[in-house]
Design a protein around this ligand. Structure first.
Ligand SMILES: Nc1nc2c(c(=O)[nH]1)N[C@H]1C(S)=C(S)[C@@H](COP(=O)(O)OP(=O)(O)OC[C@H]3O[C@@H](n4cnc5c(=O)[nH]c(N)nc54)[C@H](O)[C@@H]3O)O[C@H]1N2
Ligand SMILES: Nc1nc2c(c(=O)[nH]1)N[C@H]1C(S)=C(S)[C@@H](COP(=O)(O)OP(=O)(O)OC[C@H]3O[C@@H](n4cnc5c(=O)[nH]c(N)nc54)[C@H](O)[C@@H]3O)O[C@H]1N2
Ligand code: SF4
Ligand SMILES: [Mo]
Length: 707
């Protein structure tokens, strides 16, 4: 029976899969033991690749929205109609009247990675947005400012570390993010077996916290204070060890000044941890043979996300753990996007422009997505009148999604490159559906760059696409040619990939990768500083102004931190990821939807008792933005005062054509998150710690409202 080997492109773990198939039918999907990175690991979502492939709701041909419903049209008609309408809008209102949004699956797609650059250029608009600013923008701003390249992200060397401090990440469920570490449970066990320690900081006792050596609750959005207190302790107690980094650091004194005053005793009451625990954590971290601090979503999508990601780098550096075995290291991928763009001077830019309405900073050609709806809704020069979404579902995934939903309904024109008619794409006039998953070839440009080992793997498509189908890159290429009025260079992904592999640090070729279907191991992460830096002086500035100034803002804000018990919104809302979901778009796979209802509000039993709420009861969650109804689930894993709702649900909207998802709609947490709650420094959405009120649904005073 033929077995096809490929990398799963659903999440960042890029697990190796072994897929048995016969006559176009899949018989089984297993983990590939011979994949040098994942070594057999797999999660329940992998089987959904088959479900997506066979999904009757998935679009394969372009459709046009009419009063009577969707009608199939030809590719030529679709391309022409999209380009004509976009140009018409730009003709009337100027180039920036088009908005473009790029969603998460773009980075998991070789063709999209290679062809979306020319496409955005051809669109010619400054109004560009992506899921980055609902996710990891603070990491990029910190990397750009300190290491000189926005994509030069330090990766935890999990296979050698002796101490891993995890702040606001749940890799046992998410399978790792900005840390491609398939089978993270195995790595965690490895740390413990070599006598090391894993500590988790999270307002919920998560699946990862459960398996860690220690877990501390923290009040949402207060992590910068914890990090400052740890740095304060390490400096005051003489635990700074710069090792080989000493000669390439600047700004040590400013860090010392910045951390001054933030003693463990000072921050403890604000964050909900004990001073002694903070002190112990700082000492253990600094004195461990090697250690790495890793902070993800919880330390990024919050009001001080930029500060957190900077301070995490500082903590790793001051303890001598950057660029060192067992610490935070840089990768050397076969397709070296960082080296390639960096050598051309394209390392990223921050704050060059500001958004029209709220004056939020641009990062590398994109404005924060929190500003997207207001840019559509606010009249004036530069207002967005037409949108293009590419592999994104911002109605469910961006803060105050309900407002965006309304905004999209009023657009003059919208086109979507997507495989489903969902909460966002239902607003499109034309949907251009690409092939996906098993019908595509794959080389992971981004997640090899972020992996805990250097490996490389190319996967050909398992199934040939139908003649009438198009790949993402073909759609992008066709639109680019028509928009720019120039014929393209006719290149396909393969020769581009081959070129980049040959030019890369391992001098590989596509042919070599094709001959090794399980992938090629390229060894553990290696120290590479200062050579790998892109700062002009090849030094690392420890205390860039933008971050130091943000500490003053933090101090100001602290004066206004309300007494939570007495305000209108006494609870803090956070999210949670679930093993059988992938953001908003995998709820149409029946196999992943089995079991009990998952879109619930987690609340601590003591909090529930005080509010007279029982498990399974419907409650109303009210924020300054809106109100939603949801079932309560009591859980002593929650920090008292904090409640949690998973994101990516809310499929009950009219005209969503995903049958299985509609049968388990849930509600969208982003109907109560607030587009005005952002990290003021980077512009990233601040999903963590949204102030809310919880009331039994029966006695609710407000039914639904939104600004
Ligand atoms: N409250 C809250 N909000 C969040 C988060 C949170 O934790 N809490 N997480 C944030 C994060 S980290 C992220 S990354 C964003 C995600 O935000 P988005 O990227 O906007 O949302 P997704 O749910 O990933 O939607 C992916 C879209 O791509 C389509 N698609 C799937 N595969 C393909 C393909 O191969 N090609 C094309 N063209 N389309 C495809 C799907 O049908 C779907 O419409 O959400 C963010 N939003
Ligand atoms: N199964 C599954 N896997 C996924 C995804 C998915 O939707 N489902 N999405 C993928 C994507 S796009 C991404 S970006 C990654 C994200 O990967 P992770 O960051 O590992 O995933 P999250 O579950 O969002 O973890 C965030 C954690 O932060 C905690 N938290 C919330 N607020 C705070 C805070 O203020 N401080 C601290 N210290 N903690 C806080 C939450 O309780 C949660 O445990 O996952 C990827 N993998
Ligand atoms: S962990 Fe991610 S990459 Fe691995 S099988 Fe699951 S969805 Fe695919
Ligand atoms: Mo993400």
């Amino acid at each position: 029976m033929p077995t096809h080997y490929r990398a799963c492109n659903l999440c960042e773990a890029i697990c190796g899969l072994a897929i048995e198939h016969e006559n176009g039918k899949i018989l089984s999907i297993r983990g590939d033991e011979k994949d040098p990175l994942s070594r057999g690991h797999i999660c329940p979502k992998a089987v959904a690749l088959q479900d997506i492939y066979e999904d009757p709701d998935r679009l394969k041909y372009p459709v046009r929205r009419t009063a009577a419903g969707w009608e199939r049209i030809s590719w030529e008609e679709a391309y022409d109609e999209v380009v004509t309408n976009l140009r018409k809008v730009q003709g009337k209102h100027g180039r920036d009247a088009i908005g473009a949004y790029f969603g998460n699956p773009n980075v998991h797609n070789l063709g999209s990675m290679l062809f979306s650059g020319p496409f955005t250029k051809a669109l010619g608009t400054k109004n560009r947005f992506s899921a980055t600013s609902a996710d990891q923008l603070p990491h990029h701003v910190a990397a750009l400012t300190m290491f000189g390249h926005g994509l030069l992200l330090p990766i935890p060397d999990v296979s050698r570390t002796h101490f891993m401090l995890i702040i606001g990440a749940n890799p046992l469920v998410s399978n790792g993010s900005l840390m491609t570490a398939p089978g993270f449970a195995r790595h965690m066990k490895g740390i413990q077996e070599r006598g090391g320690t894993v500590v988790v900081i999270d307002p919920r006792r998560t699946e990862t916290a459960e398996k860690a050596d220690a877990h501390y609750f923290i009040r949402p959005g207060r992590d910068a204070l914890l990090l400052l207190a740890m740095i304060h302790t390490i400096i005051k107690e003489g635990l700074v060890k710069l090792r080989h980094l000493g000669p390439i650091l600047t700004g040590l004194e400013q860090v010392q000044e910045a951390a001054d005053g933030f003693s463990p005793e000072f921050v403890a009451p604000h964050i909900g941890m004990e001073a002694a625990a903070i002190r112990r954590l700082a000492r253990d971290f600094a004195q461990s043979p090697s250690a790495v601090c890793y902070g993800r979503m919880g330390a990024s999508t919050q009001a001080y996300g930029g500060l957190c990601q900077w301070l995490i780098n500082v903590l790793n550096i001051l303890t001598g753990n950057l660029d060192r075995e067992g610490g935070a290291m840089f990768t050397q991928p076969a397709f070296d996007q960082v080296g390639f763009t960096g050598s051309k001077g394209k390392t990223g830019v921050f704050g060059r422009r500001r958004s029209r309405v709220s004056s939020l900073p641009e990062y590398s050609g994109e404005f924060p997505v929190a500003a997207m709806a207001e840019e559509i809704l606010t009249p004036g020069d530069g207002q967005i009148r037409a949108m293009v979404t590419v592999a994104g579902n911002p109605v469910l995934s961006t803060p105050n999604g309900r407002q965006l939903d309304k905004a999209m309904a009023g657009l003059e024109f919208m086109a979507a490159i997507d495989i489903y008619i969902n909460e966002t794409t239902r607003h499109a006039n034309i949907i251009l559906p690409p092939t996906t998953g098993l019908e595509t070839e794959h080389y992971d440009i981004i997640f090899h760059l972020l992996a805990v080992h250097n490996t490389a793997k190319y996967s050909p498509p398992l199934f040939e696409k139908e003649p009438e189908q198009r790949h993402d890159w073909q759609i992008l290429q066709a639109l680019t040619e028509r928009l720019s009025g120039q014929p393209g260079n006719g290149m396909a992904p393969q020769p581009m990939l081959d070129f980049a592999l040959r030019a890369g640090p391992h001098r590989l070729s596509l042919k070599q990768l094709i001959a090794e279907p399980h992938g090629i191991g390229l060894g553990p992460l290696q120290p590479c500083l200062p050579e790998r830096l892109f700062t002009p002086d090849k030094k690392i500035p420890l205390a860039p102004d933008i971050f130091v100034q943000n500490i003053s803002r933090l101090k100001e804000d602290m004066k206004n931190w309300a007494e939570i018990d007495t305000c209108d919104f006494p609870f803090e809302l956070i999210g949670r990821r679930q093993l059988r979901s992938n953001n908003s778009w995998m709820h149409n796979a029946q196999r992943l939807m089995k079991g009990k209802e998952r879109c619930t509000l987690l609340i601590h039993p003591d909090d529930a008792r005080k509010k007279g709420i029982t498990g399974g009861q419907e409650v109303q969650v009210v924020s300054t933005t809106g109100a939603i109804r949801i079932k309560a689930e009591l859980s002593s894993d929650m920090m008292p005062g904090v409640v949690s709702i998973p994101h990516g649900w809310g499929h009950g909207l009219e005209r969503v054509q995903m049958e299985v998802a509609r049968a388990h709609p849930g509600i969208s947490i982003n109907d109560v998150t607030d587009h005005k709650r952002i990290d003021r420094l980077t512009g990233n959405a601040a999903f963590s710690g949204v102030p809310v009120r919880i009331e039994p649904a029966g006695e609710a005073k407000v039914t639904a409202f939104f600004r």
